[in-house]
Structures are given as structure tokens and as C-alpha cells.
Design a protein around this ligand. Structure first.
Ligand SMILES: [Zn+2]
Length: 248
């Protein structure tokens, strides 16, 4: 059996010569099967707060993308999402009794209420607003995210379509209106359980202005004036790179 060992948003890795390995043959906590989540045949995810062996170290999942690529990020992201789901569904939300694992499905079950709790995924729309050869970027007020510029993004609300959510978030965060939404793909984002759905959005009307609460600055940039933007692990970066490499 092999294990992916996580500590919240961090993953344990072992450096062997110039290679980085994140699949371990053994886990210090692997004897406790209640904390494991099966990812594939003979592959499990385990929450592991302590150092498994002296030759290991922790890195953030975003860094795993940078050193091991998209496939590793996808696999470890799934592990992170499932461990988070398992940890937050130990008890039934209706009656408060402990849940148990479903015999055949990836679900936690309350037998008393006959309810299955499946892994929760939160949809987030993220939009690249463009006007000729410029894109509209925004800087968040939260100090954790204020050191780079990114795209308008927000959670889809109950009752909304993805497109309605994109229009609403763009108007709220930047003050502008857009038209001609085009799908820009999607990506899991395991912080902790989001599904990012991208749109290219053509600028229509309005003067850019930050909402003054979540967003501190909104500004147009062209390719030559780009500020610091999100890491290559993110769909935001892929959308920005795509726009400037194709011009659309
Ligand atoms: Zn219950």
C-alpha cells in the first residue's frame, strides 16, 4: 500500500537525489485505518501531523504543483478534499449521532436518519475581464492575498446559474458590466473544497472601482505592465497566460 500524507494544506515529501516523492510505502499512523481515505487501489490519504521519517519535509500543496506538476497536484488535491470532508462529517447534522462509512460508496451515513453525506464541493466562478489588449485585475484587501493581483471570483449562491454568479460577482467586485461570457475551463481547488469555473468576459460598460471592503484596487493592465499575478497552480494564472498568448 502507498500513502499520501497531509497536514491540512501541507503535504509530506521526501527528496531523493533530484527527485521529489510524495507517495510513501508506510505511514507512522497507517495502523489507524479510521483516519484513512481510499483514493485508488492500494493508495490511501492519511492526515499526518507529525514527521513520518527524518528524511521528509512538508510543503504547501501549491508548491507541489510547481515541483511535481498538474497530475500530482490533482491527486494530492483530491486527497486533501476527501480528508477535509471526512473530518467535518464525523457526526450527523440532523440528529448529532456519529456517522459511519458507507459500505460501498464514498459517503458517511447516519443510520438513524437514513442520510448519506457525500464529499462537499463548493462552486466558485472566476472571470477574466478583457477590453482589447487589456485585462482588469483586482487586489484583495485581505493581507493574506494583497501581495498579488488576480481575477474577480466568488462563490455561486443558491438558485444562481454559473453565468448569473459571474455577472453578479464582477459587478460587486469591480463595478463594471460585462457581456459575451465564454467558458474558460474548470479546476479543482482544494483550499479546502472548491471547484473553480472560469469565464472570459468582455468588458461592456462602467468605470472600474473597488468595493472598498473585499477589494482594495481595480486596474487595467496590458501584457507589458502585468503586476505580480497568481501562481501557475491556479486557473487564474492559466487564464491570464492563455489570454496573452492567444490575444483572446
Ligand atoms: Zn442523524
Amino acid at each position: 500500500m502507498r500513502f499520501i500524507l497531509l497536514d491540512n494544506e501541507d503535504i509530506w515529501i521526501a527528496k531523493k537525489e533530484n527527485q521529489i516523492d510524495f507517495l510513501f510505502e508506510h505511514s507512522a499512523e497507517s495502523s489507524d485505518t479510521s483516519s484513512q481515505v481510499k483514493l485508488a487501489q492500494d493508495l490511501y490519504a492519511v492526515e499526518c501531523a507529525s514527521l513520518p521519517t527524518a528524511a521528509t519535509q512538508k510543503i504547501n500543496l501549491r508548491q507541489l504543483f510547481e515541483c511535481c506538476g498538474d497530475g500530482a497536484f490533482q491527486l494530492a488535491g483530491r486527497a486533501r478534499q476527501l480528508l477535509h470532508w471526512r473530518a467535518t462529517h464525523q457526526f450527523c447534522g440532523v440528529c448529532g449521532q456519529p456517522t459511519r462509512r458507507h459500505a460501498s460508496e464514498l459517503a458517511m451515513v447516519c443510520e438513524a436518519c437514513d442520510i448519506c453525506y457525500y464529499p462537499r464541493i463548493n462552486p466558485v466562478v472566476i472571470s477574466l475581464i478583457h477590453r482589447q489588449n487589456e485585462i482588469l485585475l483586482l487586489r484583495r484587501a485581505d493581507p493574506e492575498f494583497s501581495h498579488f493581483w488576480s481575477l474577480a471570483a466568488g462563490f455561486v449562491e443558491a438558485g444562481e446559474s454559473l453565468e448569473e454568479a459571474a455577472h453578479r460577482e464582477i459587478k460587486e467586485e469591480t463595478g463594471v458590466k460585462v457581456c459575451n461570457l465564454r467558458n474558460a475551463g474548470s479546476q479543482q481547488w482544494p483550499f479546502p473544497n472548491n471547484l473553480m469555473i472560469g469565464f472570459f468576459a468582455e468588458y461592456a460598460t462602467g468605470e472600474p472601482r473597488p468595493d472598498g471592503v473585499e477589494i482594495s484596487e481595480v486596474r487595467w493592465f496590458d501584457r507589458e505592465t502585468l503586476p505580480r499575478i497568481p501562481s501557475q497552480a491556479s486557473i487564474a494564472r492559466k487564464m491570464i497566460d492563455h489570454f496573452f498568448s492567444t490575444g483572446s
